[in-house]
Design a protein around this ligand. Structure first.
Ligand code: FAD
Length: 524
């Protein structure tokens, strides 16, 4: 099938949905694709702690200070200034007043602002400890009332460009333009062509290329990999943020223990009950997450333990009972036999957020004509070398709006004469069903390589070994890909392999430890 829209958005997280809502309100013919059958499934859904929001005690200067401190002054200043000026108020004007998103309230009915590590004031709006779930559910309902077309179960494979795909030879010599994308219909196995005036990549992060991550399995860097193949610039790929505290449990995987527990008094301890963060940072338990991750990782290595503890029970001073304030964490841990109101929580660090991505300008535009990138898949330079907690949902919100404004100010429909020269997707002459065990095994090998050599503490030797291994994997994976009957897992494996290469390559080139990129010199 061949479809035509003014704008296609890939991804139904906070960035994609916000962009779609603003585009729809401007009268643009927009469609949102998501590879998941359930549109909520995204990193956004799993966000717990909250979102920075306008609050009476805050100022642009204070927020800018905290963002730059976390980002090690590696940030793009114009992006930071635009963010502190415009983004926090969007939570009130757009999320609460327009889209009807609910946030937890204090006893006088105002927003219950909470604190988090590296924030000098309590400026974070939250809904209990499952803020992302609340935001995405309410945004989806709002999108539905506006009549936004949302297509689930479609996996974008590759961007279509005039240079790469047109049967008109002359198009090869023109400046490169994105004309749409090919996407797999997950249930039929057919590949359809979607043409559009603009494509917006809002595909989220890369967590699942690491052995331990807080991200859902679908976070495989698809949009970044697609954009890279089409020739877009990717920047800051060495900056992968690890969260210090994910639940260590035999049966419960990928569960984040939010930083807001530390904001509410929880302390990191070793197996002897020693609070060791004072040895690693003057901020102690409120140290930025890269320092806390390395501290836990270091303590685990020195003591030979597989995990450390986060103790909320003995230190919580908040007015709302733990069971209510951290309802999701409480229920999830209880299912695993841990009562967080009475005992410390076993924790390990895990990959959490990708600060790099598709280089995007203040309006989300990229180095490729007609291509926009927003949210975690993009790199606006806002986060610099490390992300300040609770700013990524808001970055998705702001850039979703900015990209929509830019697209609607310069509306484009696909040129059917040109798209008519783009062939349908060509399957390889001989396709074979690939044994899923082979795909899983390759994914696991890639994840372990990234965890061991391109993880929390890196060395030059380790990174070079990773590159050698990844080169071999990508050769094998590409061979697979060219013979396979396509399915989502194979597409994801290929994308994971591309993103891993981008990260390791960037990490090798940057010999300076900064932010969340940490190179240990003496072992390298
Ligand atoms: C456990 C956890 C807790 C977090 N807590 C916070 C927090 O408290 N505050 C905060 O600010 N941030 C938090 N974050 C980070 C934040 O949630 C993400 O950075 C943000 O939600 C990213 O939004 P997004 O719209 O860019 O991408 P996502 O929400 O990840 O959405 C990506 C979308 O793209 C779709 N997609 C991907 N590939 C394809 C493809 N090939 N074809 C079609 N569709 C595709 C996915 O299905 C999904 O719909 C947390 C993240 C996690 C994992």
């Amino acid at each position: 099938m061949r479809y035509h829209y003014e704008s296609i958005i890939v991804g139904s997280g906070i960035a994609g949905l916000t962009c779609a809502i603003y585009l729809k309100k401007a009268g643009v013919d927009v469609v949102v694709l998501t590879k998941n059958q359930i549109p909520q499934e995204s990193n956004t859904y799993y966000a717990q702690g909250g979102i920075v929001a306008a609050c009476p005690d805050d100022t642009e200067e204070k927020l800018e200070h905290d963002v730059l401190l976390a980002g090690c002054d590696y940030n793009r200043l114009e992006a930071v200034k635009m963010f502190v000026r415009e983004a926090p108020q969007l939570v009130i004007d757009f999320l609460i007043n327009e889209a009807g998103v609910e946030f937890s309230r204090n006893s006088s009915g105002g927003i219950d602002y909470t604190g988090e590590a590296a924030h000098q004031i309590r400026r974070i709006a939250h809904f209990e400890d499952h803020t992302g779930d609340r935001i995405i559910t309410d945004l989806l309902s709002y999108a539905e009332t506006l009549g936004i077309k949302l297509v689930t179960g479609y996996t974008a494979i590759d961007l279509i460009t005039n240079n790469h795909h047109s049967s008109d030879t002359q198009e090869m010599y023109k400046p490169r333009e994105v004309l749409g994308l090919y996407a797999l219909n997950n249930s039929t196995g057919d590949v359809d062509a979607f043409f559009s005036g603009t494509v917006v990549i809002a595909t989220g992060g890369i967590g699942n290329i690491y052995q331990y991550t807080t991200n859902p399995v679908s976070a495989t860097g698809d949009g970044i990999s697609m954009a890279h193949r089409a020739g877009a610039n990717i920047i800051n790929a060495e900056f992968v943020q690890f969260h210090p505290t994910s639940l260590f449990h035999r049966d419960i995987k990928r569960f984040l223990i939010s930083e807001s527990l530390r904001g509410e008094g929880a302390r990191i301890k070793d197996h002897n009950g020693v609070e060791f963060m004072k040895d690693y940072s003057p901020f102690k338990d409120l140290a930025p997450r890269d320092i806390a991750s390395r501290a836990i990782f270091d303590r685990m290595s020195k003591t030979g333990c597989e995990y450390m503890f986060l103790d909320l029970a003995g230190n919580y001073k908040g007015p709302i009972p733990i069971e209510e304030r951290f309802s999701n964490t409480y229920k999830t841990c209880l299912k695993g036999g841990i009562d967080i109101t009475k005992e410390p929580i076993p924790v390990v660090p895990a990959e959490h957020y990708f600060c790099g991505g598709i280089k995007a300008d203040l309006d989300g535009s990229t180095s490729l004509s007609n291509l926009y990138a927003i949210g975690e898949a993009s790199c606006t330079g806002f986060h610099g070398a490390n992300r300040l907690a609770s700013t990524s949902l808001l970055e998705g919100l702001l850039w979703g709006k900015k990209a929509a404004e830019a697209i609607s100010a310069n509306r484009k429909s696909p040129d059917v004469k040109r798209t008519g020269r783009i062939p349908d997707w060509q399957d390889p002459a001989r396709t074979e069903e690939i044994d899923p065990i082979l795909v899983d095994q390759d994914m696991r090998a890639l994840q372990t390589t990234m965890w061991n050599y391109a993880g929390i503490i890196r060395t030059q030797k380790g990174l070079k070994r990773a590159m050698a291994d990844l080169n071999y994997f990508s050769y094998r994976i590409l061979k697979f890909y060219h013979q396979a009957k396509l399915n989502t897992r194979i597409i994801e494996l290929r994308n994971a392999s591309v993103c891993s290469n981008l990260i390791v390559d960037a990490a090798i080139r940057n010999s300076r430890s900064i932010g969340c990129h940490y190179i240990q010199k003496k072992m390298g």
